[in-house]
Design a binder for this molecule. Structure first.
Ligand SMILES: Nc1ncnc2c1ncn2[C@@H]1O[C@H](COP(=O)(O)OP(=O)(O)OP(=O)(O)O)[C@@H](O)[C@H]1O
Ligand SMILES: [Mg+2]
Length: 287
């Protein structure tokens, strides 16, 4: 990319005054109360905030994957210039299958327990690309290589429960990349994993995002993870964004007292991310 475009990266997603209300037994509950943010190609925006602050609802809104008790969604979500809130079923299918992908916290839910990992992966690739079985197999091995899954052929024959949490998450990332998305949504993708594996997955995501120049929204409640992966950070509290800035400015000179408290109570001074980042990840160590 040219230096000029690097300075003014392509705006992929523009969210303005997003509001999401759910119907509940005790009336309407406003989960997201007017959030606005942008995501640029080749950059990672971190949505950081405590449990219940509205991070997942915001993320699911981008793909219009909200539960049935949704009462009202308003504002604007423009993806590559098109208004997502105005899209019909077929435009949404195209958007989800080809332009935006999502990686969840619990990869097990993405797999059918009675099918091999290869069966699921090949099915997804064939659906996206319309390719033959052998072409899909070649692409699967290419994707496994990209997400650093060792002994890829053997892993394709495994059942989901036979893989470790870290490997399952790598397969889910491979699945998410199979349609070559321009925007990757990652909802706490490392939370369920052991610390060392968390860091490996985090570094892998960062590397892939940069290599493929995707935009990424990374949701987390972990300030250390945000510091490691984010270009920009938006801090959410009770359905609102209380502070947003580029990661370095936000983490070194926070302006909102909630962000200041988050930084004070975090373990950012522990060198776990820095040390792991400095050491190359050995394929043999992968769990
Ligand atoms: N379908 C729903 N109906 C009613 N309320 C909901 C629904 N889904 C989410 N909420 C509420 O909306 C708020 C935001 O939820 P959300 O899942 O976005 O939080 P979060 O920031 O992702 O939290 P966590 O870190 O625990 O994943 C919470 O109070 C949650 O209970
Ligand atoms: Mg969540």
């Amino acid at each position: 990319m040219s230096p000029v475009l690097d300075r003014f990266p392509l705006e992929l997603l523009r969210v303005r005054d997003l509001r999401v209300d759910f119907a509940g037994r005790r009336g309407t509950f406003s989960a997201v109360k007017g959030v606005s943010f942008d995501v640029h190609a080749g950059r990672t925006l971190c949505l950081l905030g405590e449990s219940g602050s509205g991070k997942s609802v915001t993320l699911k809104s981008v793909m219009r994957l909200l539960p049935n008790n949704l009462e009202c969604i308003s504002g604007s979500i423009r993806f590559e210039g098109a208004e997502v809130l105005d899209m019909g079923a077929s435009a949404l299918r195209d958007l989800r299958g080809a332009k935006i992908s999502m990686v969840f916290q619990e990869p097990m839910s993405a797999f059918d327990p009675v099918c091999t990992v290869g069966h699921t992966v090949l099915q997804v690739i064939r659906r996206h690309t319309g390719s033959s079985h052998s072409e899909a197999q070649r692409r699967a091995l290419e994707l496994f290589d990209m997400v650093r899954i060792p002994s890829a052929k053997r892993r394709l024959e495994a059942y989901p429960h036979e893989l470790s949490g870290g490997l399952r998450q790598r397969v889910m990332i491979a699945l998410a990349l199979s349609c070559k998305p321009s925007l990757l949504l990652a909802d706490e993708p490392t939370t369920a994993l052991d610390t060392t594996v968390q860091i490996q997955i985090l570094l892998l995501l960062r590397e892939l995002q940069q290599e493929l120049r995707m935009g990424m929204i990374f949701v987390t409640h972990d300030l250390g993870a945000a510091a490691e992966i984010a270009d920009d950070v938006a801090v959410m509290l009770k359905g609102e964004i209380v502070e947003a800035n580029d990661a370095v400015s936000l983490l070194t000179a926070p302006s909102h007292e909630y962000t200041t408290e988050l930084i004070r109570s975090s373990r950012l001074d522990e060198p776990r991310y820095a040390a792991e980042a400095a050491a190359p990840v050995q394929t043999a160590q992968l769990k």
